[in-house]
Design a protein around this ligand. Sequence first.
Ligand SMILES: Nc1ncnc2c1ncn2[C@@H]1O[C@H](COP(=O)(O)OP(=O)(O)OP(=O)(O)O)[C@@H](O)[C@H]1O
Length: 711
Amino acid sequence: MGKHTRAKSSSRAYVVFVGRSTGVFSTWAECHEQVHKFSKNDYRKYATRESAEEAWRQSTVYLKTNASCADPIKETQILLKPSPTNKRPFRNVADFTGSEDGETPAEKICRTDSGRHLNDLILLETPPGPKQTPVESCIILTPAQQSVVNLANERHNMFLTGAAGSGKTVTLKEIIKCLQDKPNPIDVSVVAPTGIAALPLGGKTTYSFAGWSPDSFKQPLEALLSKVTGNTKKRIKKVACLIVEEVSMVENQFLERLNMLFQHVLENDRPFGGKQVIFVGDFHQLPPVKLFERCLICGEPMNTSLVVFVRQYKCQTPDCASKGVIFKNGDKWAFKAPVWDQLNLRHVKLEQIHRQKDGRFQTLLNKIRNGAELTQYEWEDLERKKTLPPHIFAIRLMSRKIQVDRFNDNELSKIQNTTMSWKAIDTVIKLHPRNKYDYFPYKDIMNEETRQQYWRIENIRIEEKINEYKRLVGDYHRSSSELYLKVGAKVVLLHNLDPSSGLVNGSQGEVVGFKGFQDALDVKKHGRIEIEAFERFRKSNHFGRPIVHFARGNPVVIKQITLDSLQGPADDRYLLSRTQIPLALAWALSIHKSQGMTLDYAEVSSKDIFESGQLYVGLSRVTRLEGLTVTGFSRKQTEMDPEVLRFYRCTPWIKLDPSSYSYGVRGIQNFVNLTLRSSGDAQFPHRTLSPSDPSEIIPETHSEDEYNKQQ
Ligand SMILES: Nc1ncnc2c1ncn2[C@@H]1O[C@H](COP(=O)(O)OP(=O)(O)OP(=O)(O)O)[C@@H](O)[C@H]1O
């Protein structure tokens, strides 16, 4: 009997759903440690270990390799449930109208601008609280895109480029997925110069990854490198593949500093300390914003001057090693940084354009991309006023944010209807590792008292970090902290809500009404964080949700969505969520914000353009020539930087012909073997590519036997 009881109690287990550490724990003492005095803790006892593990499995989802998260966080669990991606059936508005009592102010103005009541229209409800739906799930990679993925899998350093809409981002997402979905997953980190570019890939800004702020560069290089924090060191040591997205916006010296940081932390003189590096971007698009502000070596401000219409930068600090070195405007690009050549990159270019199907429009865009003069006929085609469908207004793409805000506010104020506003709900939480003791310093020698003392100090640090991240949430999300709308407002969707219904990032429409909150999130389908955020969102926003009539299809109720971004290294990870209606006013949009978007209707004023690449980025967002108008009465094209043109002309591009590769199953097997041997770093021997003979570059075979011989 006693024996039996002992056996029973030893198989008992506890699940901590919310606590200092979450997961399954064998003893009450362990469980107690996680939940004692932990606000809003949640834990349960189970009769057997199996039932506890099952309960835990049911309640968690591991955020990995989805569109929102590039970091493999196998150790990290968060209490979120995946949202169903299946579309709900069409419904009539009557289905949404609740009781008289529950009617919100929004419902009272549930009408279209044409006077039709919404009951006359068919409403489609967007998927409930969708997470980042992988729009790519329905895309089949082209052979060229697949070859790029294979190259990355072979652990080559790489520069992936191609015109706007050639599928770089789609390919990149597949690369991340492939590297992480291995039996031996590769630690991938995505960084981008802007938070907006980093979010869709679950990445960080380059500053945040490196643990820098713009002020960091005020100090000499030596001081900058000697003050690297422990977290940054861990992050750099852990990453096996660093992906730099939107590399066209990374400045030459910034890339050099990043390289030196890796070399310093890893105590390895190889470029980026020997880690695999993949650059992604198009140098014909947006350039770096800040150039050569401070000397890389001494940190003093650089002296700037105009010499024969060319801006030059040089350090004038006596005794500085870089005194007298002159940088010209054309040196700003990342490919001008010495480390670019040292990395022995595979340069790959995607040639097929997917965003625009019309060959004539593709040719026109290509000419602008390459700085070629447009013909009179092509200009007329661009300037011709286009006929737009009802409810649609061509978004004006502008270069400066201040112009955009003024333009939107002005247009909104012209509408007489009531203004509705939505405040975003931002949540920052600390994620605890599956087994906190993995990261627990001196875990073997700590006694209970020291442990508790450790947690007290640790909690203060976490609190500070959370407050710091709360200030940063806006940098990682496209949706605004406060959204103002009226019936009649032109809007653009900021997220891929339901690609199968054409509801993608960039879909344009008009607000035709508002619909109250009648529903609650299904606790079985949504995670705790999302549900709590929804409740807070509902309480602080009384106007329900906007109903938008999109250019393609029927009016749709746009629900709030919760988007997550993970920050910090695996042992100190934070989840930054924003819950907001994913819409923005769309009379005007900044060209920077439009990067990566696919738009149906846009207007670009040539007067607004002041920098090379801006006109190209603006025009190339649009899918069809019939949706694009250029105004401004200036036919002067901003010249494409000659350095960029030269770079693209002289670079030895790898021919992306999949038949030249011996990948497939065997390639993957090699890759697995390689990673097993190379412990995650890019140690594959690189060959020097000869620009004069591109055939040298391909085909490249890495069969298992060959690899063994090389060893
Ligand atoms: N293989 C493919 N088949 C069909 N559509 C594709 C394919 N690859 C990409 N697309 C589509 O082409 C469009 C542009 O893709 P993506 O955003 O990846 O291009 P990009 O090169 O990153 O563009 P940009 O430089 O403008 O950001 C998207 O709508 C995407 O879904």
